[in-house]
Design a protein around this ligand. Structure first.
Ligand code: OGA
Ligand code: MN
Length: 304
């Protein structure tokens, strides 16, 4: 969508310009400075582009946490982040903004996920109502590595053979709560060896997106996953097959970060993963997450 002169002589929204990446998902949003107030038309244009492209990138931003929170709240109520612990005198927004970082200051980690690879996942799907979306803002980036990859789960579902669609469309899967997306055990959890005993929420393997009504694969994370009701070996074989299918290059777009990039993804129909990077380099991102709702499945098995 190119900017065009508007009838009324040009509202600020006419400067919003959406440029699809040409990959299976994602688009750049040009013409907005998120540190300034946004008019409702611009918010609508961004919201529509988000529904259409699943991932949006807004580059060259200069955002305080207040800006990040204010913009994120335009798309819904914010979710308290998974590492939040109340502390006296905490910074404003502390409950909503999580630092994703490898930086260590005086022995204290500044954020989560470190510098290693983070395997494909969606955020916080071990909760009964996973976040609708996450927004990740780059404050410091390594010169190489640390890229984030996104995969389109509508496309992955559509592209499955008909008999697999029918087979999986009434199944549900357990999403592991015991480990974070870098594989670290979360505090309060014991290691689990048998996926049938994995703690975490159950969601339909094929979920219906609450806004578009379209079905998408809803895989969450591979580690510790279990398809309810199947033998362990059938569950493992089915999940291996679905994961190999869903993360093929043709469903994927890669974000190479630059300072000032804000990337927002629809967590209900997108998976993401991160490449490792050199721990001698600093990487600091701030993330917000928008409250979601329980994922609903198809009412009847898919036929095509
Ligand atoms: C996240 C996440 C990846 C990254 O914040 O949920 O997976 O690139 N981050 O830091
Ligand atoms: Mn994540």
């Amino acid at each position: 969508m190119k900017p065009t002169a508007t009838m009324d002589g040009g509202s600020p929204a006419s400067e919003v310009w959406i440029q699809p990446t040409g990959a299976a998902l994602a688009a750049d949003v040009h013409g907005v400075d998120l540190s300034l107030p946004l008019d409702p038309e611009a918010v609508d244009a961004i919201g529509q582009a988000w529904t259409e492209h699943l991932v949006l990138r807004l580059s060259a931003q200069r955002l305080s946490d207040a800006d990040l929170v204010r913009f994120s709240q335009m798309f819904g109520e914010l979710d308290v982040h998974p590492q939040y612990r109340p502390s006296p005198g905490e910074l404003p927004y502390a409950r909503w903004v999580i630092s994703i970082s490898n930086i260590v200051v005086e022995g204290r980690k500044l954020g989560s996920l470190g510098y290693g690879e983070a395997a494909w996942h969606a955020d916080m799907t071990y909760n009964p109502a996973p976040p609708r979306a996450s927004l990740l803002y780059a404050i410091e980036c390594p010169p190489e590595g640390g890229s984030t990859w996104f995969a389109n789960m509508y496309a992955a579902f559509e592209d499955l053979p008909t008999e697999v669609k029918a087979q999986i469309s009434t199944l549900s899967c357990v999403h592991d709560a015991s480990r974070d997306s870098s594989g670290r055990l979360r505090s309060g959890y014991a290691p689990v060896d048998d996926p049938r005993a994995t703690p975490g929420a159950r969601h339909p393997l094929v979920s219906v997106h609450p806004v578009t009504g379209r079905p998408c694969l809803f895989l969450g994370r591979r580690a510790g996953a279990y398809v309810v009701g199947l033998t362990l070996s059938d569950s493992e074989a089915l999940l291996d097959r679905l994961w190999a299918h869903a993360t093929q290059d043709r469903f994927v777009w890669k974000q190479h970060w630059r300072v000032g990039d804000l990337v927002m993804w629809d967590n209900r129909c997108v998976l993401h993963r991160r490449d490792a990077f050199d721990n001698r380099q600093r990487r600091l991102m701030h993330r917000t997450q928008i409250v979601g709702e329980p994922m609903l499945g198809l009412e009847r098995p898919a036929r095509s």
